[in-house]
Write a protein that binds this ligand. Structure first.
Ligand code: SAH
Length: 354
């Protein structure tokens, strides 16, 4: 296939494109014009680059392709949430979600195809991890949702959360590169403080992020501050126990002075007792933080059930009693399997793992 021999032009930096144009005997600034079309304007077609001569466009077509995502299926929830099933250049599928509230429009994007972590309560964990997403594939998900925000809500995209499929810190370089493009004026110009990266908590990578002085927000999927329970829920806790996570978070705070958010689901009979609530309050005291209590989104008939309202209130009482901010987050998009932990390419059975 001829096209597969051509290089994806968005893998090239501005400097590399400048070098390419100069080698072609063209002007250096041509690179900036093309780069602008590719990133700022998200063009998918060389022929649409209206300030580039036909000859140059033909030359570009002969040398490069523009790999881009395709929104394969768009589902609308009764609460306004939109879920995109996004087809990648190799026909793999990931999902991203647009979450509207009165004040914000948030894009929830994926960082990997599938996920390698085996969190027992998460539907994405049932898909094997197939590959990391490239920076442009992450960027394109944001652009697609930005366009949908404008089309369906006549409002701008305000926030981005890396809470879709995959573990962002296991695809660190590509996630950082995507965020660089999303925040740069040549890209979407979205402020880093409007971006949140959510992780199961990989201490080594949290320290690296602190060293890299990243400017976005950090969220940790905690779910239990007791090792035994957390390991049962999230096997990654066996190799990265809470003590190591705590140490990395202290390092994070020392370096960045930014508070973290803990995401926490309360399950019936698993972590709905006072001992768990008190352990969470203690963990929250390590560094400035707040807690988002997420409603459990059932993924099957299985062992997990949302805890009672009394248990949620008991948690809030204990946390607030210690001066910790805790908010209960209502589930969004449940009817189209777009809520936290429900992203599993249900409409694409062909992509399901074992
Ligand atoms: N791997 C990263 C990014 C995924 S974020 C991380 O774990 O943080 C997805 C969030 O939804 C995580 O906080 C996850 O713990 C939570 N989640 C997973 N399954 C869920 C479910 N069935 N109901 C509610 N939340 C769930």
């Amino acid at each position: 296939m001829e096209s597969s021999l051509k290089k994806d032009i968005r893998k090239f930096s501005l400097e590399q494109l400048e070098e390419f144009f100069v080698n072609q005997g063209d002007k250096k600034f041509r690179a900036k014009q093309v780069y602008d079309w590719l990133w700022n304007k998200s063009l998918k077609n060389f022929d649409d680059m209206s300030n580039i001569s036909k000859e140059t466009r033909e030359m570009l077509k002969a040398n490069f392709t523009i790999n881009h995502i395709l929104v394969d299926l768009m589902q609308h929830s009764s609460d306004g949430t939109i879920k995109n099933a996004v087809k990648l250049y190799d026909n793999k599928i990931v999902e991203s979600v647009l979450i509207p509230t009165s004040k914000r429009i948030t894009a929830c994007v994926s960082s990997q195809v599938g996920c390698s972590l085996d969190c027992n309560f998460c539907a994405t964990a049932r898909l094997k991890r197939m590959r990391n997403l490239n920076p442009d594939e992450i960027y394109d998900q944001v652009v697609a949702i930005k366009d949908e925000a404008e089309t369906y809500f006549s409002r701008p995209l305000t926030n981005i959360v890396f809470m879709g499929m995959g573990e962002p810190l296991l695809n660190y370089n590509n996630v950082i590169e995507a965020i660089d493009k999303i925040t740069s004026p040549e890209g979407l110009g979205i402020a880093p403080r409007r971006i949140t990266v959510s992780t199961v908590g990989i201490p080594k990578m949290i320290k690296k992020m602190a060293d890299d002085e990243v400017k976005f927000n950090l969220a940790i999927s905690l779910h239990s501050a007791i090792n035994e329970t957390r390991s049962r829920l999230m096997p990654i806790n066996d190799v990265n126990p809470l003590e190591d996570l705590a140490e990395s978070l202290k390092y994070w705070y020392q370096k960045t002075k930014r508070k973290v958010t803990y995401e926490y689901v309360i399950w019936d009979g698993i972590n709905d007792d006072e001992a768990h609530a008190k352990a969470l309050a203690k963990f929250c005291k390590l560094i400035p933080s707040k807690v988002n209590i997420i409603q459990y989104n059932p993924i099957d008939e299985g062992e997990f059930r949302q805890a009672s309202q009394e248990a949620v209130e008991m948690y809030i009482r204990i946390l607030e009693g210690q001066g910790i901010i805790a908010k209960v987050r209502k589930s969004r998009g449940q009817d189209i399997d777009a809520a936290c932990g429900q992203l599993a390419n249900k409409n694409e059975v062909g992509e399901l793992g074992e």
